[in-house]
Design a protein around this ligand. Sequence first.
Ligand code: C2E
Ligand code: MG
Ligand code: MG
Length: 584
Amino acid sequence: MLRGLQNSHDSKKKKTTEATLDRLSARRKTPAGVYIALVAAYLITNIVVMLASRSKAQVPFLGGTIPITAFAGVFSAISEICVIFMTFYFGKKGYFTALTLLIIQFPAVMTTTFIQHNRTSLPGIFVNVVSIVAITIIYINNKKMEEYQKKLSYQAVTDILTGLPNRFACGELLRSLVEKGDKFVGVSIDINSFKGINETMGFETGNAVLREIASRWKTIADTGLSGTKDFITRISGDEFFLVIRGYSSDEDILRTIKQYDSVLHNRLTIDDCDLYITASFGYAEFPADAKTKDSIISYADTAMHEVKRSSSSNHILRFTPDMLKTERTLEIEGKIREALENETIFFYLQPQFNMEHKLRGFEALARMKNADGGFISPGEFIPVAEKVGLVDKVDGMVFRKAAMFFGELLRKTGTDIILSVNVSVRHLLKNDFLDEIGNVLRESGVPADKLEIEITESIMIDSVDKALQCIDELKAMGVKIAIDDFGTGYSSLSYLNKFPANLLKIDKSFIDKMNEDDSSKQYVSAIISIGHIMDFDVISEGVEEPEQVETLKEIGCDFIQGFIWGRPLPQEEAEKLVTEEVGK
Ligand code: C2E
Ligand code: MG
Ligand code: MG
């Protein structure tokens, strides 16, 4: 049925895929204004030639005089150039205009020469005949070149295997649609298990499958069967990209995609074998989901990969921003695994000071690098590590490396500072957590009372009892406990009361607001007071401004950690800081 439809709609076909391809492969046209200017220039120069050749006047030139007739030749040359340009730049239209302009001069010249017996116009006839020959040669050559060029341009936008528009054509169409600003949908399509067909039945069969699918889809696009204006392209291998325009609702979009999906369900027989083909469709709409050509392609791809990943029965999905998260999560997970394997997760040390600017110690902060050498923020990779169950390994690597460095630093400098490490709840709740801490302390030679473990308050909500038991044992070993990011999670006084911590870390968000209004300042002041009542020391995180230091001194804060006095430092710089401090 589809083949029948294809034939009966041959004429319409030219209006769809091919018409769009023609437009995409068309050469840039010389503006019509140039054509009009050339015709006008030709007519004017001819009038000037006529007037100049009849004039007996003399004009001053380079100190002497010359007859005006001498300029007739110059203007005549300009007029010949005009007809040549017309033919060269305006193809058929230019050639026939030039030809007409040259031919209509013949009767006038004939009359002057043979009836009025004025033979001065005879060379003009000769020039005209030569011009006609020249423009005819130019026209014929140009035409051949144009045909060749057209063929080349057409090939540049066509996929050889399927005859569909190719990746370049798709990109060009998307670019022009984005420029225009009208809404459209980009659908990324991937044939499921196509690799299997190629591997089990050979490339020839694989190619035949692609050709057949392409032909079915092209029929829909060319006949307008879907009710929308579609443009189907083959990007590479088994990847296709469909552009849908002329829809008025989300239902229209889905109906069109389902139409492309449904023709795959018709039996596909190749080399006497029945094949059952399915595909995954992911789409994004311009400008609602994506605002650039590249993001349309990439978001539609993301949605298509989500179909493959989720292996749900729904094989048509629209892009949503959460899908990016999933993709990014997968990417980061891969990087974490690689970094753990290669032991490339490392640490920076951020100094903590008392209010007299004396060094209290360092917080070890995990660092991980991208392939390009840039950092991936722990704010991004720690939550992923937590989600995929790798955070204990990350914590562990940071702890071990930082403790080895710190033990060495203590021995070298004899300093009396502490090392603070972040531990996530998953890590804390592991059965061998305490053994791990004990082992690292032994190996690194860091005394237990020089180690502080930072735990975020929110983690206590999940498994309070087990966590508290673990914390008690850490305390029994002599290890210090800090409550990190205080104020951002579950802050209950009764729970604080049970928490055997040594240090309360006020979250940066409170410090940021502290000097904005009096109530925020009172709030920080209240946290400090409560901390002191509970017998905790209090440190403020993220201190950046001198005014914040002043306020914190005024309201009785004990320590400061922030960019104002120290950013996270690489080992060597941290060591330099300690050496300077010891030498004071
Ligand atoms: P955190 O434990 O609250 O660490 C403090 C964060 O605040 C660090 O960010 C630090 O660079 C940043 N910071 C300190 N002072 C300032 C300041 O004055 N201004 C600003 N804008 N930022 C400041 P970082 O290193 O990006 O770490 C982010 C979070 O990642 C940490 O917050 C911690 O929750 C987590 N993290 C880092 N390393 C580890 C680790 O080894 N294990 C675990 N479980 N979590 C870690
Ligand atoms: Mg911390
Ligand atoms: Mg914090």
